[in-house]
Design a protein around this ligand. Sequence first.
Ligand code: HEM
Length: 511
Amino acid sequence: MEYLHSHNTLYVCLVFLVVFIVIKSTSTAFKPGLRSIPGPFIARFSCLYRPWKIAKGDAPDFYRRLHQQYGPIVRTGPNTVDISDPKAIPIIYGINSKFLKSPFYDTFHPVYEDNPMPSMFSVRDPVQHQALRRPVAQKFSMSSIKALEPFANECTNIFVDAMRDLEGQCVDLSVWLQWYAFDVIGAITFQRRFGFMEKRQDVEGMIDALDKGLYYGGIVSQVPALHHWLLGNRWVAKFIAMQPFIDVAHPLRTILEFTQKCIDDYDRNSADHADRPDFLAWLRGEETKGKPMPNRDMINHLSNNLLAGSDTTAISLRAIIYFLVKNVSAYHKLQHEIDQADQAGRISEYITYAECLELPYLQAVMKEAMRCHPGVSFPLERVVPEGGATFSDIHLKQGTIVGINPAVIHHDKTMFGDDADAFRPERWIESSEAHIKLMDRHLMTFGYGSRTCIGKNISIMEMGKLVPQIIRHFQLEWASDQPEWNVQTFFFAKQHGLKCRLRRRQQVPQP
Ligand code: HEM
C-alpha cells in the first residue's frame, strides 16, 4: 500500500514537472519582442537546438544557411538571436558599448587551484577585464614587437630547413603550420620553444589537449548552465580526472601545468636572465619595478598567450597557404612582389616585420585569407544591456543574447561586393580609399571594439615573416588526394588535410 502511495506521488510530481516545462518553454517561445523574430521553430523552445546542430563542426555553413533562409536577424534559441546586419557591429561591439560578453565565455575559463580563473579573453566583468588588460597592454604594442622577432626567425629557420628535408614529399602543412605557431608562441612567452618542429610530434599532448578543450567548449558553451554540472564543477572534474581509463581530464590543465613548470624553471635559474625579451621575463622585470603580480595572474597571462595565440595563428597561416595554392594568379603575383623586393634588396635574409608591412600584396593576401576564413567562426556572443536594443526594427529586451559571426558578416555582399565569396586580395588594393575603410570597419577577424584581439600585431608579425619566406624559397602545389581541406569548427575553424608538395626554387640563393 505504502509502495503504491509513493509511486503515485512520483507520477504526480512528474506530471507537474512536465506541465511546468511546457508552460515555461511556451511562454519563453512566444515572449514579446522575440516572438516576431524568424528562425527554426524548434529553436524557440529548446536551447539544445544549437548544440545539436553545431556538434557536426560546420558552424559557419549552419549560420550562413540560417541567414539566407530567415534574413538578417534569426532566433537561434529561446533567448538567443544571431545577427548578420553590418549596422549592428558598432552597436554591439563598439568601444563604448554596454553589451558585455555572455555566459558562453564561462566555459572557456581555465581552472587554477580548482577554481575557474577568468582570463583576459574569457572574463565578462569590464572592471576585471581592465585590471587584466591594462598591466600587459604595453607588451603587445607595436614598439615591443621588434624585440620578439628573433624568436620567430629561429622558428622560421627550423621550418624552412624541415621543408628542404621533406622536399618532393606530400607534406601535411596543416600540422607543420600548427607546430610553427606553437613553437613561436612558446618562445615569445617563455623564451622556450616547445620543440614541436624539431621532435616532429605533439609535445606533451598540448595540441590534443587544446583540441579537446575546444570541442568541449564549443558544444557546452551553447548551454553554459550545463558547464556547472560538467567540467565546470570541481567535484565532477576531479572525479573524471581520477578515472584511469578516461582521458578527459580538464583539457586546459595541461597548458596551465606547463606554464607553471616554465615559471618554476625561470625562477630557479633567475641569474641567467638579464634582458630577456619574452613575456615571462618581462612580467618578472615589471615586478622589480614595484608592480608585483600574484602567481595566479602570472599563470593567467602566460597561459592565455598559448590558448588564444597558437591555434588562431595556425588557422590563419593555413588559410593563407591554402588560398594561395588554390589561386594560381594570386600566388604568382605574390611571388613576383617578393622576388622584386628581394632583387632590390628591400627584404633581409629573415624578413623583418617592418619589411613585410611594405609588401602591399602580401598584406592584402593575408587580410583576404583571414576574411574568407576567420579563425574564430562562432558568433561573438554579447548580452543586450539595460534599456534593450533595436536591430532591423525589432526591439530586444535587456538580457537577450545577441551575436555576429565573423564567418557570416565577412560574406556580406553590401560591404565586400558581389564577389564576397571569392578570394580576391585585389579588393584591398584596387578599391577606393573610402571603400577599403568601409570594408576594414566590417572585418571581424580579430573581433571588434573594446574586446578586440590584443595579440593581433604579434600574429601579423609571425605570419608576415614566415609566408614570404616559404614563397621565396619554395614552389608549392596541392598534393592531397582530396580536392579540398576539411574544416571542423568548434569556436575555432580548424582545418585538416592541407597537404602540399614543396620544391626548392633554383634561382633563389641559398642562405
Ligand atoms: C591570427 C591570429 C589571431 C586571431 C584570428 C585572433 C582572433 C581573436 C578574436 C576574434 C578575439 C575576440 C574574441 C571575442 O570577442 O570573443 C580575440 C581576442 C583575444 N586574443 Fe586573439 N587572435 C589571434 C592571435 C592572438 C595572439 C597571437 C594572441 C596572444 C599572444 C591573442 C590573444 C588574445 C586575447 C588575450 C584576446 C582577448 C582580448 C580582450 O578581450 O581584451 N590573439 N582574438
